[in-house]
Ligand binder design. Structure first.
Ligand code: SF4
Ligand code: ZN
Length: 311
C-alpha cells in the first residue's frame, strides 16, 4: 500500500498508485497508462491503416478501457470502429454490464451490437448447463461459454467487415492463460498467444489484438476509476468455479510474495513466442464440416458441443 509519505516520483503530488518504479499521482499515472497502451499498439502494429475495428466488449473495466483508448485513436485517424458484446445470459450480471455499455457507446457515439446465446442457439448459457447436467456431459460452464463466445465473436466481426478484433485482455489474463496452457491446454495453444493472437493466419479468423497487454489488472482498474467510466466491478458469479480462477489465486499469492512474477512470466513468454509460432506455423487449420468455420479438428469445438447437447 502507498501512503502520503511516498509522493509522485515525477511531481511530488499525492499518489494514486504505487508501481514497481515508484508512486504516481493521478495526472502522471493517466499519462503513463495511455502511453503504455499506445506504445503497445505501435510496437506490435496492432492497428494498421485501413483496419476496420471491432472491439469485443463484456462491459467490464478492461474492455471499456480498451474501447475508450482505441476509439480515441480511431477518431484521430479516421478509422471505422464498432463495439460488439456477446450476451451469454448470466442474469443479474451481464444484463447490468450491457446497460453500462449501452450508455457508454451512446455518449461516445460508437455503434454497438449485442448478440445473444438465446437468439443464436435458442438457449442461454444457464439453460444449456441444465442440459449438460442432464446428459452428464463433461464440460464446465466457462469452457462451454468460452467456446461459443469465441465462435460468435469471430463470426459477427467477419459479418460486419472487421479486419481486427480488439480485446481487453490485460497482463494478468495473459499470465494466467500461459500457465493454464502449460499446466493443461498444451504448448501448441501457447503458440497462439501474444499481443496478436494466432500462430497461423487463416482467412476465416479475424486476428485478435490486445492493446492492454502490458497493463496489470490493478492499473486498468485504477485507470477506469480515474476516468470516471461507470462500470460493474463485480465478476461473473461462475468464474469462481473455473480453472482460471484457481490459477489466478495462486498467481496472486506468488505476486504478493515475489513482486514482478506476472511481468516476468510475460517477458519470458515473449522470448519463446517467436520459436513457438515458427514451430506451429505449418499446421493446417481444417474447416468445420458443419459450419465451415476454421477450427482445430474436422468438426469445430462449438459444433461438437452443440451436437452433443442436441442443439
Ligand atoms: Fe462465461 Fe465463465 Fe466468463 Fe461467466 S466467468 S462469462 S460463465 S466464461
Ligand atoms: Zn463448426
Amino acid at each position: 500500500m502507498f501512503t502520503d509519505f511516498m509522493p509522485c516520483i515525477i511531481c511530488g503530488k499525492k499518489p494514486v498508485i504505487e508501481l514497481q518504479q515508484g508512486a504516481l499521482c493521478k495526472a502522471h499515472f493517466m499519462r503513463y497508462f495511455e502511453k503504455k497502451v499506445y506504445k503497445t499498439i505501435r510496437k506490435y502494429e496492432l492497428i494498421e491503416k485501413g483496419d476496420m475495428l471491432c472491439v469485443a466488449c463484456s462491459g467490464g473495466k478492461d474492455s471499456l478501457t480498451a474501447l475508450y483508448l482505441v476509439n480515441k485513436l480511431a477518431k484521430k485517424r479516421g478509422q471505422k470502429i464498432f463495439a460488439l458484446s456477446i450476451d451469454e445470459g448470466v442474469e443479474g450480471y451481464r444484463d447490468k454490464q450491457l446497460e453500462d455499455m449501452q450508455n457508454f457507446c451512446k455518449k461516445s457515439g460508437i455503434d454497438f451490437v449485442i448478440v445473444s446465446f438465446e437468439d443464436e442457439f435458442g438457449y442461454t448459457i444457464e439453460e444449456m448447463m441444465k442440459i449438460v447436467r442432464k446428459k452428464k456431459l463433461e464440460i464446465s460452464q466457462c469452457a462451454l461459454c468460452g467456446i461459443l463466445r469465441r465462435k460468435l465473436l469471430n463470426g459477427y466481426a467477419k459479418k460486419f467487415g472487421a479486419t481486427k478484433i480488439v480485446v481487453g485482455h490485460n497482463l494478468d489474463d495473459e499470465a494466467q492463460t500461459f500457465l493454464m496452457n502449460i499446466f493443461k491446454g498444451g504448448i501448441e495453444l501457447a503458440a497462439r498467444m501474444g499481443p496478436v493472437t494466432g500462430a497461423v493466419r487463416h482467412r476465416g479468423f479475424v486476428p485478435r489484438v490486445k492493446p492492454l497487454y502490458f497493463c496489470t489488472e490493478a492499473e486498468t482498474a485504477m485507470f477506469t476509476k480515474l476516468l470516471g467510466i461507470k462500470v460493474l466491478y463485480k465478476r461473473c458469479p461462475y468464474r469462481q468455479f473455473s480453472y482460471r480462477a484457481y490459477v489466478d489465486g495462486h498467481l496472486q499469492e506468488m505476486e504478493k510474495n515475489y513482486k514482478g512474477t506476472k511481468s516476468s512470466i510475460i517477458q519470458n513468454l515473449l522470448k519463446i513466442l517467436p520459436l513457438l509460432k515458427k514451430q506451429y506455423s505449418a499446421e493446417k487449420i481444417p474447416e468445420c464440416r458443419c459450419c465451415g468455420e476454421p477450427g482445430r479438428h474436422d468438426v469445430c469445438a462449438a459444433c461438437e458441443i452443440l451436437n452433443e447437447l442436441g442443439i
